[in-house]
Design a binder for this molecule. Structure first.
Ligand code: GLU
Length: 297
């Protein structure tokens, strides 16, 4: 086996076992029984959206997501089921558009491919730690924000020379290509040796085997990896950016975007948002924040 496959196998084992050392109780993943169920509205509740018109004739929604981000968007390799906070956000808003749990099909799309997937109609909308910003708004629409994260650093447990992005000079730091954390390191910390992969889990494999010194992305994502293997990994320092998460939509489909804003507002008001958070991302140890104000642009 190469060092890389050893790393992948090691991470898979650690994640499966849910602990870094025998005797440590496995941190719990989302329990299906604790997840809220969402009231499904009639399928014609939203009018004037070409994306929804084609989803209705197809009979289901296709939603872009991540499959390797613990507590946020994770795919069970045995069952193919997706779970996590982003997945719940996708399901709760789908219910308002008239699509029940059996009518939402998830498709994994990596960070670098989100805009193209929305532009080409490969997905109807996208929920996967997707930061709203002006550059992306030139290409896609965003409902929300529904959560705010911040860029942080994940290091090996005994690393003490990296406490913030200023310490990355001369160090190998890994992030997902096409992501805002990748771009921030490239632009603001050019002395770091930046390594780009498709996914953060590939970066984490390389961190565990020692090929990179740090992984950088949003704290919400890193907390999930750290919580799975607390004996191996830790978050270093404080978040150093603001990453408001939105639901990505095709840019020209304003009716869909505004319907998703309405849906988010409804589920934040009726307690579904908080219940979904507590059953998923809350398991990584951070109590539910107050959701950010929705920006109906
Ligand atoms: N929120 C950041 C972004 O949208 C990082 C997480 C991700 O790559 O999904 O680029």
């Amino acid at each position: 086996m190469t060092r890389k496959t050893v790393g992948a196998a090691l991470l898979a084992l650690l994640l499966l076992a849910g602990c870094g050392k025998p005797g440590t109780p496995p941190p719990k993943g989302p329990q299906p029984s604790s997840l809220p169920s969402y009231q499904v509205r009639s399928t014609d509740a939203v009018q004037g959206s070409p994306t929804l018109d084609s989803a209705r004739s197809r009979g289901h929604l296709v939603v872009g997501a991540k499959e390797d981000q613990p507590y946020l968007g994770q795919k069970n390799p045995a069952t193919g089921e997706y779970s996590g906070f982003d997945i719940e956000i996708a399901r709760m808003v789908a219910a308002d558009l008239g699509f029940g749990p059996g009518q939402v099909q998830f498709r994994t799309i990596a960070s670098a491919n989100r805009e193209t997937a929305l532009q080409n109609g490969q997905v109807d909308y996208y929920v996967g730690t997707y930061t709203i910003n002006d550059n992306r708004k030139k290409l896609v629409g965003f409902a929300g924000p529904y959560f705010v994260a911040g860029q942080a650093l994940l290091v090996r447990k005994h690393e003490d020379s990296i406490r913030g992005p200023q310490d990355l000079a001369g160090k190998k730091v890994c992030s997902a290509a096409g992501s805002t954390p990748y771009q921030r390191i490239q632009q603001q910390y050019p002395k770091a040796h930046l390594v780009g992969y498709d996914t953060y889990s590939a970066c984490v494999d390389n961190l565990i085997t020692g090929q990179v010194d740090a992984v950088t992305t949003d704290n919400a994502i890193l907390q999930g990896y750290a919580a799975k293997v607390p004996d191996e990994l830790k978050i270093a320092g404080q978040p150093f950016s603001t990453e408001p998460y939105g639901i990505g939509t095709p840019k020209s489909d304003r009716a869909l975007r505004l319907a998703l804003d309405d849906a988010l507002a409804r589920h934040e008001a009726n307690g579904d948002w908080k219940a979904a958070y507590q059953a998923t991302l809350g398991l990584s140890g951070v109590p539910a924040p107050v959701p950010p104000p929705i920006d109906r642009y």
